[in-house]
Every structure is written in structure tokens, then in C-alpha cells.
Ligand binder design. Structure first.
Ligand SMILES: Cc1cc2nc3c(=O)[nH]c(=O)nc-3n(C[C@H](O)[C@H](O)[C@H](O)COP(=O)(O)OP(=O)(O)OC[C@H]3O[C@@H](n4cnc5c(N)ncnc54)[C@H](O)[C@@H]3O)c2cc1C
Length: 288
């Protein structure tokens, strides 16, 4: 596979990068690790005469913890998130989800920002970031703004990013007190393939009864999904019957597409199975 000629622009600040994106408009795109963009360009699915390389912009590759919030620069790779002691300690479900992306070569190169901005419908990190209530910091011609990840996805491959805007960092609040979370990936083709579907569950209990349940899903709609309307579990025992009721709520909100990883019917069945397993896994982690 060959690639059509393009010019690689190497800005050294966010302001410069955004100006270049504004100047070249539809002819330009940011490039981070290039794991998606270069493949698409080699396949001639897309062509951009100008690529705006984000690697020289300072501080986009930092992980930091401030006031309990974890901040992950857009250029941080999945492998660094997976292996970060700070993240393993405070947001283990995110390390778990990033550790399930593709294979180690992809994780060493692919950036968290590239994953989110690409907005494929079957990615591993978004469900974990949805249940964690992450905020995304964007920079563009009008300066910085923050968008909650639940409002970031607008459709398949469509996000809230405006022209010439760059995803700068992901900010994640501390997990709710007494909660545990789990991310389960189901690959129907091979172990390190893209997910057929992914389910992240966050659970907290009070006096042995459910206090809070959050579910984030991937591969089950045109965008990653945060399931709405789970408040009814509060104060109830976490029985199989209750989980069945939760699965019904999930089934009403998903709209899986048939693709080579499974039919719509199959994905609905598997969604029920993996929702149940993810909730039980989070419960198990609460007791250990
Ligand atoms: C073999 C293979 C297997 C994979 N398996 C999985 C998997 O199992 N699970 C999974 O979740 N993903 C998987 N992926 C996808 C992978 O996660 C993405 O390719 C990767 O995260 C994209 O990051 P990147 O840094 O390479 O982005 P790039 O390829 O550089 O860019 C991707 C897109 O995002 C835009 N972009 C990048 N950074 C920014 C930014 N900071 N601001 C605004 N726009 C930006 C680019 O313009 C481009 O449109 C796989 C990819 C490959 C090649």
C-alpha cells in the first residue's frame, strides 16, 4: 500500500496548530500516533494534503494528578495509561480498558486523544471514561472549552470537535466513594481484535444494597453510550432479577449494527450476558 504525498506540518504550540488547521481547512487533519489515520490514507479512504503533527506541542504527553483529578494529555499512549501507577491506583478500570486496546504495538503508539477523536463505534477506552464522568478539554480558534465525554459523541465518526479544534486533555474526577468498576471486552473474532462489544460497570453499595450503578457501552450503537435511567436500582438488593431489569433498560437504549463481528440479534444477546458479568465483576471487586 502506498500513500499519496502530503506535507507534515510540525507546530510547537496549540495556537500554531489550530491556526494551521484553520488555514488549510478540510485539506488538513491533526496526526497523533497515526495508527488510524495512516492506514486510512494508505487505503485511500481519505486523503489530506496537510497533516498537523501534534508531537512537538509541549505538555500533551503528561499524566498528572491534581486535587484527586487525573489529567491525561491527548498524546499519552494507551500503554502509558495501562502501566501508570497513578492510574492503576486511582482509576484501575481505565488502566484495564486501555490495556485491552489491540495489541502492545498499537498501544505503544496509539494516543488516547486519537482514540477519542476518531470516534469509532467500537473502541475500548470510551465506556470506562463514560462511567468515570470524564471531561474533555478542547482548544481552538476561540480558546479552551470543556465538554463532558457523554456530550462529545455526535454520531459515527462525529464528535463535538469544531473545525481547527484540538483535543488537549482528558480530566477524570475521583471515583465515587466506596465504588468499584470493571471493563469487560468481548472480541468475537480473535483475542486482540477490536471489540465486538465492551461493557464498563461502576457499582457502589450501602449497607449491602445498591447505591449507584453506571454502565458505559461500546459497539452497541453508532457511538459509545452511557446508559440512562439506572437510578431505580438504588436501595435494592443486587439480585439476578434486578440485573435482568437493568438488562432490559440497556436493551431499550442500544441499537447494535450487524457487522462482521456479529448480527444485531447476536450483539443484543451478548450485551445482556456482558452487562450481567460486568456488574457481578464490579460487585466481586467491592468485596475483595
Ligand atoms: C491493528 C489495530 C488494532 C486496533 N484495535 C483496537 C482495539 O482493540 N480497541 C480500540 O479501542 N482501538 C483499537 N484500535 C484503534 C486505535 O485505538 C486507534 O487507531 C488509535 O487510538 C488512534 O490513535 P492515534 O494516536 O494513532 O490517532 P491518529 O491515527 O493519529 O488519529 C486518529 C484520528 O484522530 C484525530 N486526532 C488525533 N489526535 C487528535 C487530537 N489531539 N485532537 C483532535 N483530533 C485528533 C486525527 O485527525 C484522526 O482523524 C486499533 C488500531 C489498529 C491499527
Amino acid at each position: 500500500m502506498t500513500i499519496e504525498t502530503f506535507e507534515l506540518l510540525r507546530p510547537t504550540s496549540l495556537v500554531e496548530a489550530s491556526k494551521l488547521l484553520l488555514k488549510y481547512g478540510e485539506d488538513a487533519r491533526p496526526i497523533a500516533g497515526g495508527t488510524t489515520l495512516v492506514i486510512l490514507m494508505k487505503q485511500r479512504a481519505v486523503h489530506f494534503p496537510y497533516l498537523v503533527d501534534l508531537q512537538e506541542i509541549p505538555d500533551l504527553d503528561q499524566i498528572s494528578v491534581e486535587g484527586g483529578w487525573v489529567r491525561i494529555g491527548a498524546m499519552v499512549t494507551h500503554r502509558r495509561v495501562e502501566c501508570s501507577p497513578d492510574i492503576q491506583r486511582s482509576l484501575p478500570v481505565l488502566a484495564e480498558a486501555c490495556g485491552k486496546v489491540g495489541n502492545i504495538r498499537v498501544r505503544e503508539t496509539a494516543s488516547v486523544g486519537g482514540n477519542l477523536a476518531h470516534a469509532d463505534y467500537r473502541l475500548d477506552p470510551p465506556p470506562a471514561l463514560l462511567i468515570l464522568g470524564a471531561d474533555l478539554v478542547l482548544f481552538g480558534p476561540n480558546g479552551f472549552r470543556t465538554v463532558a465525554i457523554k456530550n462529545f459523541y455526535r454520531g459515527m465518526y462525529e464528535t463535538a470537535l469544531e473545525p481547527a479544534e484540538i483535543l488537549v486533555e482528558v480530566k477524570i474526577p475521583p471515583m465515587p466513594e466506596g465504588s468499584q468498576a470493571a471493563y469487560l471486552k468481548y472480541s468475537s473474532l480473535s483475542a486482540n481484535d477490536w471489540p465486538c462489544l465492551g461493557v464498563a460497570a461502576l457499582l457502589s453499595l450501602k449497607n449491602g444494597l445498591c447505591h449507584e450503578l453506571r454502565l458505559g457501552l461500546s459497539g452497541l450503537a453508532g457511538t459509545p453510550l452511557l446508559i440512562r435511567g439506572l437510578d431505580f436500582v438504588r436501595g435494592q438488593l443486587l439480585t439476578d432479577r434486578l440485573i435482568e431489569d437493568v438488562s432490559k433498560v440497556v436493551n431499550e437504549q442500544i441499537s447494535p449494527m450487524s457487522d462482521l463481528r456479529g448480527s444485531e440479534w447476536y450483539k443484543r444477546q451478548m450485551a445482556g450476558v456482558f452487562v450481567q458479568r460486568a456488574i457481578r465483576e464490579a460487585e466481586q471487586r467491592l468485596s475483595t
